[in-house]
Design a protein around this ligand. Structure first.
Ligand code: UD1
Length: 419
């Protein structure tokens, strides 16, 4: 297993280019199963999670070929297996995204239930209830959901209790091939869903309401393959932006979409970062002192839960008090104990964390617990005095394309070494 060793206190300068969004690549890769023929996906990030879903697609019989850097040609002519096995699903919950396409096109699927994960219970009951409403018969057996439908799924009226990102994506894909109209109310509005809708429309799907919380899908009998580009990763973008706030310096973030980060940009300006927005670039200047800010995570366009841990690391560097409220996941403060090892003063009370800025952190040996918690330790390590060693970095490899390489190019002193 590898670890990251960071010598902190070096400001960041230069340019960094953002990769395709993990959370868009996963549903778009799953959507290739909806019809025969060759799909092209561009700007696919090279991540552990994208490799996992490609392995999953191959286990169903998809032919997946990387034809250039970031460009994949994918085709599922004949299905050879209907089961998404536990070994793959347990490493990546988003594997559940194959359920909607399998049921819609083939009328049968067996998908392992994802179980708990480091950041909370994260059930998939919304996905299952919606598919049942669309006519799927579901049985939960031996840790798997076994699903089938006779003929096509039927359109239905669905209202999510909470806007679920992968829930919305799964039902959009299922509804694209259903008989009749499906309406999804309280749908999630994340930009990655817009990217999926654009791909499904290019495939011939009839979807209204893009960008709103009411989506209406008029199912069609067949779809065609499409050529689609994955949007830039807004969480990777946000992580570099916060990193320059923590380490100081001035960077240009290229190939990003600032319009996808409204809440973060407002909060980071309030924290004292100087940010200039271009259409696909951000120029960010970080210096001390930093102001403390409060954040509350919310579904898009609110503050993303996937950037909560990184902002918490930044807030330890102020001289004030910051209240961080996590409303999406019940157990997403795993990074707190590790940040405390670096000198942070953080109290957790239920879903709130109160960060008393300590002006600076010191390097320590810490452990990555989940993807975004690991990113917060990198942010902390870049700002800390001395050396920080982060173990279990396979979590980071799930979601950050070449993190150590990109940070090194910005002047960070960071090495990936075998433990
Ligand atoms: C997606 C993102 C993840 C991000 C999260 C919230 C992907 C691959 N992952 O995860 O990075 O942190 O959105 O922005 O896109 N819920 C239920 N029942 C369900 C589904 C969800 O109770 O069937 C709850 C969850 O426990 C959570 C909330 O709804 O409290 C939102 O979760 P959801 O949007 O579904 O998260 P994911 O799609 O798993």
């Amino acid at each position: 297993m590898d670890k990251l060793v960071i010598e902190g206190g070096k400001p960041l300068y230069g340019e960094v280019s953002i990769s395709g969004a993990k959370n868009a690549a996963l549903p778009l890769l799953a959507a290739t199963m909806l019809c025969p023929g060759q799909h092209i996906l561009r700007n696919v990030p090279d991540l552990r999670d994208t490799r996992t879903i490609i392995k999953l697609l191959e286990s169903f019989g998809s032919e997946c070929r990387r034809i250039a850097r970031g460009v994949w040609q994918i085709e599922l002519t004949d299905i050879t297996n209907f089961e998404a096995a536990y070994d793959l699903v347990k490493t990546m919950r988003a594997s559940v995204l194959v359920l909607g396409p399998l049921l819609a096109r083939f009328g049968v699927a067996r998908v392992s239930l994802p179980g708990g994960c480091a950041i909370g219970a994260r059930p998939i009951d919304f996905h299952l209830q919606a598919l049942q409403k669309m006519g799927a018969e579901l049985i939960l057996r031996e840790g798997y959901v076994e699903a089938k439908c006779h003929g096509r799924l039927s359109g239905a009226d669905i209202c999510f209790d909470i806007p679920s990102v992968t829930g919305t994506e799964n039902i959009l894909m299922a509804a694209a091939l259903a008989r009749g109209v499906t309406v999804i109310k309280n749908a999630a509005r994340e930009p990655e869903i817009g990217n999926l809708i654009d791909m499904l429309r290019a495939m011939g799907a009839d979807i209204k309401g893009r960008g709103t919380d009411i989506l209406s899908v008029n199912g069609v009998a067949e779809l065609q393959p499409a050529d689609t580009k994955i949007i830039p990763d807004r969480i990777e973008t946000g992580t570099y932006l916060i990193a320059v706030g923590a380490a100081g310096g001035e960077i240009i973030i290229k190939d990003c979409n600032p319009a996808h980060l409204p809440a973060l940009l407002e909060k980071m300006r309030a924290a004292g970062l100087v940010i200039e927005e271009g259409k696909n670039t951000l120029k960010v200047c970080g210096s001390r002192p930093l102001n403390s800010i409060d954040i509350k995570t919310m579904p898009y366009p609110g503050f993303p839960t996937d950037l909560q841990a990184q902002v918490m690391a930044l807030m330890t560097l102020t001289d004030g008090l910051s209240v961080i409220n996590e409303t999406i996941f019940e157990n997403r403060f795993m990074h707190v104990a590790e940040l405390r090892r670096m000198g942070a003063n953080i109290k957790v009370d239920g879903r709130s964390a109160i960060v008393k800025g300590c002006g600076g952190l010191t390097g320590a040996r810490v452990m990555a617990t989940d993807l975004r918690a690991s990113a917060s330790l990198v942010v902390a390590g870049l700002a800390a005095r001395g050396v920080t060693e982060i173990s279990r970095i396979y979590h980071l490899e799930r979601g950050y394309d070449n993190l150590a390489g990109k940070l090194t190019a910005l002047g960070a002193v960071i090495r990936q070494v075998k433990e």
